[in-house]
Design a protein around this ligand. Sequence first.
Ligand SMILES: [Zn+2]
Length: 263
Amino acid sequence: MIILLYHDIDTSDDPSEKTDAATLGTVARLTEFEAQMKFLSDNGYKAISVERYLENMRQNDVSPNQVVLTFDDGHASNFKYAFPILKKYGFSASFFIIADRIDQIHHMTSAQIRTLRENGMEIGSHGLTHTWLPLLDRTNIVHELKQSKLFIEKKVRAPVTTFAYPGGHYTGAMMKEIRNQGYRAALSCILGINTGTTDPYLLRRVEIRRGTGSDDFEKALQPFSIRMYSVIDQAKTALKQFAGLERYEILRHRLYQFYPFKR
Ligand SMILES: [Zn+2]
C-alpha cells in the first residue's frame, strides 16, 4: 500500500506562513493538490484513511487501486482547501493533529477537526507539542503519547488510534510504548511501500512536496520508482546515525535536491 504524505496547502492569494525554503518545500500548491486528486480519481484510485487500510489488512481485502492519504501538522488549509476536494471525489484521509496547536493561529479549530471526523476522515495524533520524541526521556515520551491521545479524543469525541512521529523521528523503544498507549499504528517518513510484513508501528510514506508535477506524481504511485528512490532514503537514515539529529535536519533538506517527487 502506498501512503502519501502532505502538510500545508497554499495558493498565490493565500500563501503559507512558511517562508524559509526548507519548510516551504513541504507546502503543496492548491493547483497541484487539485490536479493530483483528479489524477487519482480519473485513474480509478480510491483514497482511504490509515484506519481503513488497517481494517482492510485484517480482512485480507487490500486493493491495488487504493492509496492512503495523510496530512501532518493540522494546518487550517487542510480544512479550507483539502477537505472540499476530498469530499468532491468521495475520498477519505487521515489528519495527524498536534494537540496543543488546535484552535491556534494557522491551525484547525476543534469544530473543524470534529467536522472532518463526522465526514468520514480519520483524526490521529502528531504529538502534544511536536517535539521530536528521541530528544525526550521516557516519562516525557509517555506524556506526549498519552496526553495528545486523550486531548484530541476529547476534541473530536472519537477514539484516536494512530500516531505520526513528529519530524519522522523514532526509536525501537518508542514503537513499543506507542503500542502500550493503545495506538494501533504509527507512521514514519521513511520512503517506501507497505506490505503485509511491514511493521504497523513503522509504516512507510511517500511525501508529496511543493512543485510535484503530474509526471512526478505518477512516479510517486509506482512501486518500482518508490523502491528505487528508497535507496536515497536509506542514505538519509545512515546519515542520521552519523551526523546526529540536529545536523541531520540541515543535511536532510539539502538531500531533497535528489528527491524525485518534485520538480
Ligand atoms: Zn509534523
